[in-house]
Design a binder for this molecule. Structure first.
Ligand SMILES: Nc1nc2c(ncn2[C@@H]2O[C@H](COP(=O)(O)OP(=O)(O)OP(=O)(O)O)[C@@H](O)[C@H]2O)c(=O)[nH]1
Ligand SMILES: [Mg+2]
Length: 322
């Protein structure tokens, strides 16, 4: 299927949940040379994909694999999706955003030595880190977090607007202790990466500290759920995904109040409200919203620590109008 395709420059844009991967890819797409077409493959931990819709709203060519992480979904869905994307779009570059909760080793192995060996030219993997997270043992002890950093060629501190001097110092200590050395260490805000970093070389000598870390979780893409709850639990996190029937409309103020007080690690949603359509993106308790023209249906993905049990379905339904 991919015989004629050769050496398509490909990059993994990695980093933990909510660090700014999607923001960074959106910014890279703005820097794309006009005569090139780029494709994005995005994978989400939750079963209800939101990042794909965010990329689509920005006009990008995107394919989404939701419900687990790429390393667990690797075999058939991953290969088929990449094949289809390459064949349909024949992109000049492929950017891959793996789930923030995933382990990158199997993904990288498949891209460089599997069936895509000829079609793809895998260049520098970029890992974004929120320096503030380096103060927190829940993150620094998380094996996927550690290996995303270990396997990256370019290490970038994002959210520098929120990082204090202790966090910045910790970041540079982590970065400097990497073996082999990183091709580049940088800091930024709003995921602003220099497009030339994408063409830095990938080192084949980077080793994961926990290569067999991730146990399989079931891959089950769900496209047509109507107001149903979908659980996907792993790694100390649980996700709740809801897709609402077409025509559902939320009370903006009530929805805002509800989402604002949820104790969630991540909230990503697309909502039709009485004040228009919005994408809501919340990480670290900071909620960002932006208006979009419309979408097919309202949907939301909420990721929480496993010990945070809340009856979200009932509360969400109470925010529906009519
Ligand atoms: N304060 C601050 N917020 C940022 C920065 N970069 C991104 N964000 C916000 O952080 C939130 C998460 O950003 P995303 O780009 O969705 O993060 P992600 O890594 O793709 O998240 P997942 O795919 O869920 O793992 C969004 O609300 C962004 O607007 C930054 O430099 N500073
Ligand atoms: Mg994302």
């Amino acid at each position: 299927m991919t015989e004629q395709l050769r050496n398509i420059p490909t990059n993994l844009i990695m980093g933990f949940l909510g660090v700014g991967k999607t923001t960074a890819i959106l910014d890279l797409l703005k820097q794309k040379p006009e005569n090139e077409s780029w494709a994005v493959l995005v994978n989400e931990f939750g079963k209800v994909g939101i990042d794909g819709a965010i990329f689509s709203a920005a006009g990008a060519t995107v394919k989404e694999i939701a419900g687990g992480c790429l390393c667990c979904a690797l075999s058939v869905p991953f290969q088929v999706t990449i094949n289809r994307l390459l064949k349909d779009v024949r992109p000049d570059r492929l950017l891959i955003e793996p789930t923030g909760l995933g382990h990158p080793k199997k993904v990288l192995d498949m891209l460089v030595s599997g069936p895509f060996q000829e079609a793809l030219d895998v260049r520098a993997s970029i890992c974004l880190v929120d320096p503030e997270k380096l103060k927190d043992q829940r993150y620094t002890g998380h094996e996927n977090f550690i290996d995303q950093i270990a396997l990256s060629d370019v290490l970038v501190a994002n959210k520098m607007d929120r990082a204090d001097s202790v966090a910045i110092q910790l970041f540079h200590q982590w970065a400097a202790s990497s073996h082999p050395e990183k091709a580049l260490i940088a800091q930024t805000t709003q995921g602003q990466l220099d497009i030339t970093w994408l063409d830095l070389n990938r080192s084949a000598n980077r080793k994961a500290a926990f290569p067999d870390r991730h146990k399989d979780i079931q891959f089950a893409p769900v496209d047509h759920l109507h107001g149903q709850l979908n659980n996907n639990a792993d790694d100390g996190y649980q996700s709740f995904g809801y897709v609402f029937p077409e025509g559902s409309c939320f009370d903006y103020a009530q929805l805002n109040a509800l989402l604002g007080q949820l104790k969630a690690e991540r909230i990503k949603g697309i909502f039709c409200t009485n004040q228009g359509w919005f994408i809501i993106n919340s990480a670290d308790g900071v909620m960002n919203k932006f208006a979009i023209s419309s979408a097919l249906s309202s949907r939301v993905e909420i990721i929480m620590q496993k010990n945070e049990a809340q009856d979200i379905a009932v509360s969400l339904n109470q925010c529906l109008l009519g």
